[in-house]
Design a protein around this ligand. Structure first.
Ligand SMILES: [Zn+2]
Length: 300
């Protein structure tokens, strides 16, 4: 009897000690998996994140489902990349009737303007949306996410601040690692071909040159002329390697490799994470994986 009363008291104490909001995670939506990972790192156990475009998905050409509209309707915040990345999002937000503020995670990042490399310029004047490919920019995303979560849920301000600080320290270490590894690659071999122009910010930040038959979006297919231009460029400049991407069809790059004799250096993760058992289930894994692929293809 005594033991039972003791147990009940202990249980009551436990229930009282648990913070009132422990069970109510703030429901939020992120437009794509990489952004979802940033939000998870800052939100921790206070936030339930749904990423609309999932692992290996292509956010440039996504078609939202009715389930996505429901997720947006239930969300307290909608995180987006912006810079023209999610052309489908505005319609989804409107159709869902969500009252959630839309948080543009690239706010404050100076966008790169990327013209097409091959003259006819279907992307002229377009901002390059792939800002996350520079780790310094990822830190801006994290700061914006932290501030938006604090504004939406001020009671958990300390948690968000501490989570963001811990993650930002990891990103600092990651950026040092990127610079150290790239520095070991001979400067004249820091040249790569990929499917679409997703690595402009990586190029600007870390000095590896990327060329692609497709522009900063995958909405328009690369034309035969674009592919021919890349092939003659590879033959002239002897690119050490061409790379596949997880969000684009590999056949075109395989064809380019075949016609030029360039080796396929492996897979780069550009616009999406992999499934949890894959090679890049988090942003930090993604950057590390790409770095290893580049180093092993360009140093040998
Ligand atoms: Zn892209």
């Amino acid at each position: 009897m005594l033991i039972r009363r003791y147990l009940l008291t202990a249980l009551a104490a436990l229930l009282l000690a648990a913070p009132a909001h422990a069970q109510e995670r703030l429901p939020v939506v992120a437009s794509f998996s990489i952004l979802g990972d940033f939000v998870k790192n800052v939100g921790g156990d206070r936030v339930a994140v749904e990423s609309l475009v999932g692992p290996n998905g292509n956010a440039h050409v996504y078609a939202p489902s009715p389930n996505d509209a429901k997720k947006a309707a239930d969300a307290k915040l909608v995180f987006v990349n912006g810079l023209g990345f999610e052309g489908w999002l505005e319609r989804l937000v409107k159709a869902s009737g969500t009252k959630a503020p839309v948080v543009v995670a690239t706010q404050g990042i100076k966008p790169l303007e990327r013209a097409s490399e091959h003259g006819h310029d279907h992307n002229h004047g377009r901002a390059d949306p792939h800002a996350w490919q520079s780790v310094a920019n990822a830190k801006v995303y994290v700061a914006n996410i932290r501030d938006a979560l604090i504004a939406a849920d001020p009671a958990d301000k300390e948690v968000y601040t501490a989570n963001a600080a811990a993650y930002l320290a990891k990103l600092d270490a990651l950026e040092r690692e990127v610079r150290e590894v790239i520095a070991k690659i001979p400067a004249d071999r820091r040249r790569v071909i990929t499917s679409h122009n997703a690595f402009g910010y990586f190029q600007d930040a870390y000095g590896v040159n990327f060329t692609a038959p497709q522009g900063v979006s995958t909405e328009a297919e690369a034309s035969a002329k674009d592919v021919a231009a890349i092939i003659s460029q590879i033959k002239k400049q002897k690119f050490p390697a061409v790379f596949l991407e997880n969000v684009t069809d590999p056949r075109q790059m395989q064809q380019i490799a075949q016609e030029t004799g360039a080796k396929v250096g492996g897979m780069l993760y550009s616009d999406a994470l992999t499934e949890s058992k894959g090679e890049a289930p988090t942003y930090i894994d993604l950057i590390r994986h790409n770095l290893r692929q580049l180093a092993s293809a360009l140093m040998s």
